[in-house]
Unconditional design. Structure first.
Length: 173
């Protein structure tokens, strides 16, 4: 999606076909993975990235090796409590994982720096709203006001990044 057509209302919409797609492509080449299957693939991918075989992960969680292998690599259901245990054992951020799978529908987005920033911003903003440390919002806010405020927060992050990069550059010189 070109940047000019991305808005806060459309940013999570399914992406249209790109100009590089074949004209003979009449549908998805693969069926969309279920959330269950995406969580399994995310877990398997993170374990592989850490160089941790499923057998060692099963030992760490004190569950039978064949059971974990069947759950992750076959069609046995991944229960929520086991998923959460695996997330913790592998250091997977559950908010980011759920955002990738449930909102984006793409478990491979978990390692994207953009997704990391969005999820951390979402956690921080939600924490501010529910704790009311700085005051309570008592009026209904229109979405453009929220989008503008978050845009300004993003500008602050970019200016901070510029200062950090400049400091690193001057320290290396």
């Amino acid at each position: 999606m070109p940047h000019s057509t991305v808005t806060p209302e459309t940013v999570f919409s399914p992406r249209p076909a790109t100009t590089s797609d074949s004209v003979f492509l009449f549908g998805e080449t693969q069926p969309r993975l279920s959330e269950q299957e995406q969580y399994k693939r995310l877990i398997d991918r993170q374990a592989a990235k850490l160089g941790l075989p499923l057998a060692h992960l099963a030992d760490r969680l004190e569950i039978a090796r064949p059971r974990l292998h069947k759950v992750i690599r076959r069609k046995v259901a991944l229960k929520d409590d086991l998923r959460d245990q695996l997330f913790e054992a592998l250091g997977i951020d559950c908010v980011r994982a759920k955002f990738c799978v449930a909102i984006l529908g793409d478990h491979t987005a978990y390692d994207d720096p953009e997704v990391f920033v969005v999820c951390e911003a979402m956690k921080g903003f939600y924490c501010e709203i529910i704790t009311r440390r700085r005051g309570e919002l008592q009026v209904a806010l229109r979405p453009p006001i929220i989008h503008e405020a978050l845009g300004r927060a993003y500008d602050l992050l970019l200016s901070h990044q510029a200062r950090v990069l400049e400091n690193d550059r001057t320290l290396q010189a």
